[in-house]
Design a protein around this ligand. Structure first.
Ligand SMILES: C[S@@+](CC[C@H](N)C(=O)[O-])C[C@H]1O[C@@H](n2cnc3c(N)ncnc32)[C@H](O)[C@@H]1O
Length: 354
């Protein structure tokens, strides 16, 4: 390092500490994945504090591994440790994030699936192209459902629809709704349970997602007002709808403009298009936020690469900022684009009229 003298040591120390913290985050993520899979967070939350022996015995798992895991997350300040009793505690505020079915552990489940496709992503860096969405294992799809699930379990019904009273009234009265890029059908199953007078159709390009959605709808007892079909929505959507919802899909599409045109064509004249996409800016310098590294990471590992694998535009997770939504909607001829004032660090919700 011949030019060491030119380095600002304070800056170097500060950055070293940041890199070490971020590297620690990688390992904390692995420990969270294990804690989720082994039921460690759940027992700490439900059955309370315990020693490593007590916790291992509750779950019927190995004590030595359990003790190392508990020590790791104690050092990361995720757990608290009382040396006098040798008991470990998951504070209730931490359990809110870590011991839930939906939320951050779903994100870590997705990350584990990203390692599985790493060689394919590296190959695409060298040779172009991308990784097709059918290459991702079950952890990706289950993790996605769990990471975004709280949106549909809670926010959509309890926080977002109250901001859209006319749509909520229509749903209560009974309308025809399509969810484009429905994934495993979480949003539709929730909406169909909440609004039994309305009829819901979920569309997705991947057949395994359609099978999962059908069985989820059956288990939830909403088969009579739901329906799921495999289509590439960019090539046209069969039937006309009063409401079309699209949650985190357009930026993934190989042909986002084609998808938006198909949605406009499938709306009844007084229909509404509810679009949820990422909260981001068209200026990289405005995307220096705590959330953006997560979104750009997901983009490289899934959103952009699966679009490029189809010869698509590869907009990526951060590729559909409000300016781009407005530009595309104007080109296509939508008459109104309104941002709904939801509170979310991740997303913007738009209400769009044909
Ligand atoms: C990020 S996931 C979002 C899934 C779901 N809306 C959610 O929020 O959990 C994107 C979904 O869009 C689907 N998709 C992507 N391109 C599509 C297309 N052209 N037509 C239909 N579905 C598509 C994918 O298969 C995937 O299920």
């Amino acid at each position: 390092m011949s030019n060491n003298k030119e380095l600002n040591t304070r800056k170097l120390t500060a950055f070293s500490m940041k890199v070490l913290g971020d590297m620690g985050g990688t390992f904390i993520g692995m420990m969270c994945y294990i804690g989720d899979r082994m039921g460690l967070f759940k027992t700490l939350s439900t059955d309370g504090p315990g020693t490593s022996r007590e916790i291992a015995s509750r779950l019927g798992i190995n004590e030595r591994y359990t003790r190392e895991w508990l020590s790791s997350l104690t050092s990361a300040k995720y757990l608290e440790y009382d040396p006098s009793t040798k008991k470990f505690t998951l504070p209730p505020e931490h359990a809110e994030l870590l011991a839930q079915e939906y939320g951050v552990c779903g994100g870590y489940q997705q990350v584990s699936a990203f390692w599985d496709v790493m060689d394919k992503v590296l190959d695409s860096f060298k040779n172009g192209g991308g990784v097709s969405s059918s290459s991702y294992n079950d952890d990706f799809w289950k993790g996605l459902e769990r990471f975004t699930g709280s949106m549909f379990e809670d926010l959509l019904i309890n926080q977002w629809l109250p901001l859209l009273p006319e749509i909520r009234e229509d749903l209560n009265r009974g309308i025809k709704v399509a969810d484009v890029g429905c994934g495993s059908g979480k949003a539709i199953v929730k909406l169909a349970s909440e609004f039994p007078n309305s009829i819901f159709t979920g569309y997705d390009i991947l057949e395994p997602n359609i099978s999962t959605a059908l069985s989820k709808a059956y288990k939830a007892g909403v088969s009579s007002n739901t329906n799921f079909k495999q289509i590439d929505a960019t090539k046209g959507i069969p039937e006309k709808y009063d409401l079309i919802t699209v949650f985190d899909v357009i930026h993934d599409m190989a042909n986002p403009k084609g998808g938006l045109i198909a949605i406009k064509d499938a709306l009844k004249p007084k229909g509404v298009f509810l679009l949820l996409d990422m909260k981001c800016s068209d200026k990289l310098e405005e995307n220096i936020t705590p959330i953006a590294p997560i979104m750009y990471g997901i983009s490289v590992m899934y959103c952009m690469t699966q679009s490029l694998s189809q010869g698509g535009e590869g907009l990526g997770s951060m590729g559909l900022p409000p300016s781009k939504v407005r530009e595309l909607c104007k080109e296509i001829g939508f008459s109104e684009v309104k941002e709904i004032p939801i509170k979310s660090p991740f997303n913007i919700l738009y209400s769009i009229k044909p």
